[in-house]
Design a binder for this molecule. Structure first.
Ligand code: FES
Ligand code: FES
Length: 187
């Protein structure tokens, strides 16, 4: 990291970090909010601003695997870090099972809270390692994410549905299904 003074008031620092597996280098004031760096410098506008005060969770991203309110994190804290934003959840432009579950179960309505909810839920599912988290566990993991539209139950249902889809038992059941006859089945 290098520092360049541009007069008494405007000092910028060069930072590098990875977002969703892609390296970024930016030169910004060290106390610029990570939320603004992601949106303005990296062009990743999926992360939303709700309250701007650390209360609503709309701006949640993962910083080195831990969820943070990016409206409260100064840019300099992201130097060298690995970040995940909501854009990182979809692989090759296809929605993940978690994102699909939010759509299918009405877990997303106006959408302001949705990116933060998804990132917090993604963190929870990573910790759960294929186990379906209980209703209280999901609610606890999402306690920092506020939603004024859904009443929360649909979000909890969506997270559990995505966990069920990813659970080892379900994967095993899918694997053990008889092979479909596509003309290449072994005899
Ligand atoms: Fe960051 Fe509300 S915008 S917590
Ligand atoms: Fe509108 Fe959650 S869907 S705030």
């Amino acid at each position: 990291m290098s520092t360049r003074a541009l007069g008494a008031r405007a000092t910028t620092v060069a930072l590098s970090f990875t977002v969703n597996g892609r390296k970024h280098q930016v030169r910004v004031p060290p106390m610029k909010r990570l939320l603004d760096v992601l949106r303005d410098e990296c062009g990743l506008t999926g992360t939303k601003e709700g309250c701007g005060e650390g209360e609503c969770g709309a701006c949640t991203v993962l910083l080195d695997g831990r969820s943070v309110n990016s409206c409260l994190v100064p840019a300099i804290q992201a130097d060298g870090a690995k970040l995940v934003t909501v854009e990182g959840l979809a692989a090759r432009g296809r929605l993940s099972a978690l994102q699909r579950a939010f759509v299918e179960r009405g877990g997303a309505q106006c959408g302001i809270c949705t990116p933060g909810m998804l990132v917090s839920a993604y963190e929870l599912l990573g910790r759960s390692r294929g186990r379906v988290p209980s209703d209280p566990e999901v609610r606890d993991a999402l306690a920092g994410n506020l939603c004024r539209c859904t009443g929360y139950q649909k979000i909890v249902d969506a997270v559990q549905a995505a966990a069920r889809e990813a659970s080892p038992r379900r994967r095993a059941a899918t694997k053990s299904r008889p092979a479909r006859r596509l003309g290449k089945a072994r005899r």
